[in-house]
Design a protein around this ligand. Structure first.
Ligand code: GLN
Length: 200
């Protein structure tokens, strides 16, 4: 069975543990650099990216995570997406910069701060993970404002990319761990075994 780490300093890491169990993988909560050893991939959960950054620095985890991400697949949801993005605005902040995307934090207006939308993933997603629309839970979510040339958009909501991948990396601005649909987690798990891990 694949062993997937979930960064567990802050945020909704427990829900990802349950989602991984539903998708058929073992979860390991990661709190120190040593915890990364022997893992097949890593999930960076939602939460508050500013707080996560502060804790990552305190635990001296920035470099170990970036280094892990150069060797293995990483999946970020919401705050995790912010930590993976090369550029972050509103305000500008530091990140692991593993993916060629630009995100704007807290980018939905007050009224839409937290909302549930139906999104229709594209054919590529359907082929690899299963067809049909998906319920997407957004909580003070960022909006992906730019995607690099080698980034593939797998789903959009109101025209904005909400699920994107680049080689071994996957990002959702919504929270697939909060619904029973395990397709997004299964898609991530497929990256652990398809030899995509070392490619950028
Ligand atoms: N608003 C948070 C941030 O900017 C992200 C919210 C989430 O992860 N649900 O970091």
């Amino acid at each position: 069975m694949k062993r997937v780490g979930i960064l567990a300093l802050q945020g909704d890491f427990e829900a990802h543990g349950k989602a991984l169990a539903r998708a058929g993988a073992g979860a390991v909560f990661v709190r120190t650099a040593g915890d990364l050893e022997g893992l097949d991939g890593l999930i960076i959960p939602g939460g508050e990216s500013t707080t996560m950054l502060k804790l990552l620095r305190e635990e001296k985890l920035m470099d170990p995570l970036a280094e892990f991400g150069r060797r293995r697949p990483v999946f970020g949801t919401c705050a995790g997406a912010i930590l993976l993005a090369r550029e972050v605005s509103n305000p500008v902040q530091d990140s692991l910069a593993l993916m060629d995307i630009a995100v704007e934090r807290n980018a939905y207006g007050r009224q839409l701060e937290s909302h549930v939308s139906k999104v229709q993933p594209d054919e590529e997603f359907a082929r690899r993970a299963g067809a049909g629309e998906m319920e997407a839970v957004f909580i003070r979510a960022p909006i992906i404002r730019r995607v690099g040339e080698s980034v593939r958009v797998l789903a959009r909501s109101n025209g904005d990319p909400v699920l994107v991948e680049q080689g071994p990396y996957l990002v959702a601005t919504f929270h697939p761990e909060l619904t029973v649909d395990s397709r997004v987690h299964r898609l991530f798990l497929s990256k652990l075994s398809d030899g995509n891990g070392a490619r950028r």
